[in-house]
Write a protein that binds this ligand. Sequence first.
Ligand code: HPA
Length: 272
Amino acid sequence: MNIQKNLEESAAYIRARSHIKPRMGIVLGSGLGSFVDLIDVETSLPYDEIPGFISPSIDGHGGRLLLGHVGNVPIACLQGRVHYYEGHSMTAVVHPTRTMAMLGIEILLLTNSAGGLDAQMAPGDFMIIDDHINLMGDNPLKGPNLAQLGPRFPDMSEAYDRKLNDKLAEILVKQQIRHWRGIYCAVSGPTYETPAEVRYLQMLGGKAVGMSTVPEAIAANHLGLRVCALSCITNPAAGIAKHKLSHEEVTQTARMVEDKFCSLLKEFIAQL
Ligand code: HPA
């Protein structure tokens, strides 16, 4: 498998179908797909049409790449992502993110649904990801380094761009949206955590737990992109509330706050 060649093939296919040179890339998490309604779309490509892309297999994930504008800002938007727990390699998981970098993005906004590790969090709150702990047991940069993409040992001391995160926080305050800042713990899934695992993550200093985002954040840091990330806290993590967790609860909560999420992103992009 030639990763670089596959990326060039994906990027060439997209460039042949769109004039947009995106400045920013956005990955939309579970249940947060309606942001696409705010995009002045020039090109919409289902993942199964783009060479090298894989279609996600679960509900709540659309599976399209959109190119267009939000206000004056040219963007690329991934509606739906492939997760590691679906059985794909880390290389496959980060392929769409790397493709957006080939198209020219400088800024990447990652979004997801996550479980809240702090008992004070309420479903529908947002959390700005200030840092992460990678507990997935894998890393997208494992294997020979692709020197064209970035260095062998990328620095991760500010994996999430402080200025961009501060801007997100400023807008969340202005729009009076309940939010937190903290550390996102990435696990492989697909099981939700046990209560014992949740206590372990709390001891580590985590504030949210989820099954995505970190692979893309690592690949994006390798590429030298400015990264920021936002979790929608869809549920209290296992054992905090007494009820059982379900994917339906996660997508329903995310859908409930989609309007707030959209107005936040719109303002954020306008201020770039
Ligand atoms: N755990 C892991 N991933 C998640 C959760 C959770 O509680 N909620 C949404 N994604």
